[in-house]
Structures are given as C-alpha cells and as structure tokens.
Design a protein around this ligand. Structure first.
Ligand SMILES: [Zn+2]
Length: 237
C-alpha cells in the first residue's frame, strides 16, 4: 500500500473506532485478530454491544484496487460471515452500491472523517463465530492498545500542573482535512481555525471539526515565570 493510502487507511480506521464507540458503547478495538475455518484474519475495527448481544465489524478500503483485490470480504471467513453486522468504510463516492458484496453495509467518510451510512447492512442470523469468541478477541486487541498507549505516556511526562489552570495559551493537535496529518499548534483558548503547517498544504483547518485534542495549556503565571527566565518574549523579535 502506498504511504499516502496507508495514512488514510489508518485515519479511517480510527474514525471507524469512534463511530463504533458512539454506537456500541461497550467494547471496541481496531486490528482485531481472529481465525475462522483455519484462516487467520484481521478485522480493521470491531464493536460489541452486550445489551444487544451483537458484534459489528468495519472494514476500511481506501482505493478501488484495494477493494477489488481483497478476497476476504466475500469469503466464508469474511467479516459479514463472522459478525452480526459488517460494513465497508470508504472515502466518499469510491464504490457504487451494486459493487458491494451481499450483506455488507456501506459507510462513507468525508474529508474530516465524518461518517455517513450509505446503505444499511443486513443482519447475519448465524454468524460463523460465537459472540464470546469475538468478545475475547476484541478484548485482547483493546488491552494491547491500552498498554501500548500507557507506555507512550510514561515516556512523555504529565501535564496537569498549577500552570494549566485558567489557560491563556494551549498546545493542541488537530487533523487537517486535506493532508490528513495531525500537527501540533499553539492557539488561544476559543480560537476557531489554524493554518495547516504541512509544508505544501496550508489549508485552513476548522478546529471544531478537526478532532482537536489539547496536549497542554498554560496560564498567565507560566508566561510570567517564563518571561522572568528568558526575558520578555514580546520584546524580543
Ligand atoms: Zn494539511
């Protein structure tokens, strides 16, 4: 898979996870490994609802070649065969309805990753895997992802300090709708847009739609103490 396509695949997989989280609320994970009929498979995103006793799988396809090359989708160990509901998630307009295998729903993501259902899936009344098996597989994937994240956090240090109360400046991360990169930005709290810092991109990014996360934030005390060390920054230039 070319790098750009890989990047978009990763991006859509995370959007799929957010969608499942919103829909299922109980247990969701990406890259869930399972085996069925002696085939080892990996589902891009799985969501489990215990109340409804059902599993949903979302398979991300970012190009037509990628989709038509895939022989898992329609196979007896494919996503629609093992879960109660399965979807293909693509960029808007990539596939025509009549190009989809039976049973699958279709979801499309806009350039910000917002997902719309184009076609509903049909329920598989006899999934090839027990719900319990998918629960176990999904739990494993979720636990691995969590531990991986914890390790990342340890190497970064923490951010909740006396300097972060009543912030006047924030360091954030936001996703650009054009180049799909998540860059860090420094903004004022309440600022609505930033200019993508991608070298050849420079797209105006609407923060409300760009899955903005605050990395750290600083208040007046911090600025004052920093100025005391470095000299007044506003006078520099
Ligand atoms: Zn960009």
């Amino acid at each position: 898979m070319p790098a750009m396509e890989q990047h978009q695949h990763q991006f859509l997989k995370m959007q799929a996870l957010h969608w499942l989280k919103h829909k299922m609320t109980d247990l969701c994970a990406v890259e869930v490994k399972y085996s069925c009929r002696r085939k080892k498979r990996t589902a891009d995103a799985v969501g489990i609802s215990f109340r409804r006793r059902e599993a949903r799988i979302i398979e991300v396809k970012t190009s037509r070649q990628d989709y038509f090359r895939d022989d898992v989708i329609a196979s007896p160990s494919g996503y629609a065969a093992v879960a109660d509901y399965a979807y293909i998630l693509t960029p808007a307009g990539m596939l025509k309805k009549e190009e989809l295998p039976a049973g699958y729903g279709v979801m499309e993501a806009d350039e910000y990753g917002k997902i719309t259902i184009v076609k509903n899936p049909t329920r598989n009344k006899k999934p090839a895997l027990k719900l319990d098996t998918l629960v176990r597989r999904t739990s494993r994937a979720a636990t691995n992802a969590h531990l991986f994240q914890e390790e990342n956090k340890l190497s970064k240090g923490h951010q909740e300090t006396a300097y972060s109360r009543s912030p006047v400046i924030q360091m954030i991360r936001a996703t650009c709708p054009s180049c799909r990169k998540r860059h860090p930005y420094v903004i004022h709290p309440g600022q609505n847009t930033v200019r993508c810092r991608g070298k050849s991109c420079k797209t105006e990014v609407e923060l409300a739609r760009a899955r903005m996360t605050i990395v750290s934030q600083y208040n007046g005390t911090f600025i004052k103490e920093m100025n005391a060390i470095y000299g007044d920054i506003s006078e520099e230039d």
